[in-house]
Design a protein around this ligand. Structure first.
Ligand SMILES: Cc1cc2nc3c(=O)[nH]c(=O)nc-3n(C[C@H](O)[C@H](O)[C@H](O)COP(=O)(O)O)c2cc1C
Length: 172
């Protein structure tokens, strides 16, 4: 328990990366952890596009309002929703809500296991879906929902403040 809480609290958004490559085994374990996230009806409506190609990483920067640190990371995982899978089990609710929650849970798993392995990540959500789709030649049925650059951290940011429990929790 303590160990997991330590990993959760120790994770930071990392926006400066060393160019060192990520060991293949680490990347596979990070992706595997993503697939162990819960999903509504176990639909697993996710697709992970692993981008290493420098030119494509540059295109992701352009798609993400010029957030240059994305291309600094040796690996960038683009988390996508498979819309057909999302729709199949639960119709509109599956497509508009559950799949977003499912892929968010998968993304958080990735961030945590990456941190536990000494890798830095940042959850990037500010991007043009259309530009990402074009850059990666994604079919219409795949909706990109998060961009996750990953690599050895080249910074040690201080923790961002959290709102206190009294402010965010209600007991009834
Ligand atoms: C849905 C979502 C979208 C985010 N989008 C961006 C982004 O586009 N660029 C960025 O630098 N950070 C982004 N972040 C990271 C947040 O800024 C960061 O998690 C927050 O400031 C707390 O800092 P911490 O992750 O170090 O605890 C995003 C985080 C989430 C969950």
């Amino acid at each position: 328990m303590e160990e997991l809480l330590g990993i959760i609290k120790g994770r930071r958004s990392i926006r400066r990366f060393k160019p060192d490559p990520i060991p293949e085994g680490d990347l596979v374990e990070v992706l595997e952890a993503a697939t162990w996230a819960p999903s509504a009806g176990n639909a697993q409506p996710w697709r992970f596009v692993v981008v290493r190609d420098p030119e494509l990483r540059g295109k992701l920067v352009a798609a993400a309002l010029g957030q240059g640190f994305i291309a600094e990371a040796p690996v960038v995982v683009v988390v996508c929703v498979d819309l057909e899978r999302a729709r199949r089990a639960y119709g509109e609710r599956g497509e508009t809500l559950y799949c977003i929650q499912d892929t968010a849970a998968a993304t958080q798993n990735m961030l945590l296991i990456a941190h536990a392995k000494g890798l830095g990540t940042c959850w990037v959500g500010a991007f043009s879906e259309e530009k990402v789709r074009t850059a990666l030649a994604l079919p219409e049925g795949l909706r990109p929902v998060a961009i996750v650059p990953m690599g050895r951290p080249a910074e040690e940011p201080r923790p961002r403040p959290r709102r206190p429990l009294e402010e965010v929790v209600e007991y009834r």
